[in-house]
Write a protein that binds this ligand. Structure first.
Ligand code: TXA
Ligand code: MG
Length: 321
């Protein structure tokens, strides 16, 4: 398959975006930027097109997709029941980095929800994403635009590297995203539960809407996980990743590497000044380390900040064997 790579700064970008939107509407695959990470999109009403997302990524078929919308009418077309919390939360946080899991309507194709009775919906806060959805005129199902298991793409070149010849278009933005995927919040039962931590935290939700939220990141251990994606190995570079303590310094690298049986010159030490910088760069730094042939990556995470939980969640997953 030939992939057209379209850059935001190129002449005629608007026409190309229109072409890409038409391709999505008609069953094609288009990778596009969002404010969190890049996504690989297909028409959420087109079962075959959504199946092609799984093929292109090598994604396990029981891991459902988030559906991206550009307005509230589109969102309502995807859900079955009116939910007071959804109205409050979408008003407070959309467009933005939070996805809501709700009981799905019949319009959502089976493949999107991977057999579940629910659908995850989000309105991304990125002008190219919103424009693509609006012009396609249909909601766009999109997981992160990486080959399954690799770090989520936070730069257009990551998408080009993973998905060239596996999709119809790649839209490349000029800006860099937040770098961690959206918060996934379950509203399908009475309890309001965070299934995946992200930029929007339980505190922010409580502060802005008064809604009490439970965190639920341990669902990897239960036999039927509430959010199927959380049970898979994720975000991993080829190199082995270890998290180190806050008092770790460059002088400790040699000893640590030796203990793991790796030479110092094959060991990359990453350390982050603050949570925003860490979120923005972690996945890109993983990919760079792989490209440069490192075998061991030691990460000293930013020690606090609003993105602490999301950062540690992604890092710990990368550390798992
Ligand atoms: O920021 C993001 O959310 C990015 C951008 C592209 O929007 N997308 C993203 O998609 O991270 P993905 O497929 O990599 O992760 C989706 C997560 C998975 O953990 C999946 O299991 C969960 O959302 N999910 C999707 N639909 C669900 C549902 N109906 N019930 C529970 N969890 C769901
Ligand atoms: Mg992903």
């Amino acid at each position: 398959m030939e992939t057209q790579i379209i850059k935001e700064e190129q002449v005629g970008f608007d026409n190309k975006l229109r072409e890409a939107a038409l391709a999505v509407k008609n069953g094609g695959l288009v990778a596009f930027p969002t404010e969190t990470v890049y996504g690989l999109g297909a028409n959420a009403f087109d079962d075959l097109a959504c199946k092609n997302i799984y093929k292109a990524k090598g994604r396990p078929s029981d891991n459902p997709l988030i559906v991206h919308v550009s307005d509230m009418d589109m969102a309502f077309s995807l859900i079955r029941e009116y939910d007071e919390r959804f109205l409050k939360l979408s008003e407070a946080f959309w467009s933005g980095p939070i996805s809501f899991v709700l009981k799905k309507s019949d319009k959502v194709c089976q493949t999107v929800s991977a057999g579940l009775d629910t659908v995850a919906i989000r309105m991304p806060n990125h002008k190219l994403a919103l424009e693509l959805i609006k012009q396609a005129g249909v909601p766009i199902a999109a997981p992160s635009a990486n080959i399954s298991g690799r770090p989520s793409p936070t730069r257009s070149e990551h998408v080009v590297f993973d998905l060239s010849s596996r999709c119809d278009y790649i839209l490349c933005a000029n800006d860099f995203p937040i770098g961690v995927e959206s918060t996934v919040l379950d509203l399908s039962t009475e309890e309001t539960v965070i299934l995946r931590p992200g930029f929007v935290t339980a505190n922010m939700i409580k502060e802005k809407t008064g809604i009490e939220v439970t965190s639920h990141d341990a669902d990897k251990t239960v036999s039927v996980p509430k959010s199927p994606g959380t049970k898979y190995k994720h975000y991993s570079p080829k190199a082995r990743v270890y998290m180190v303590e806050q008092d770790f310094s460059s002088s400790d690298i040699e000893g640590f590497a030796k203990e793991k049986g790796v030479s110092v010159d094959k060991t990359r030490f990453l350390s982050y000044a603050d949570d925003v910088e860490m979120a923005k760069n972690l996945f890109a730094d993983f990919r760079d380390a792989d490209k440069d042939g490192f075998e061991l990556i030691l990460v000293k995470p930013a020690k606090d900040g609003e993105l602490l939980e999301a950062n540690l969640n992604r890092l710990k997953k990368a550390c798992e064997d």
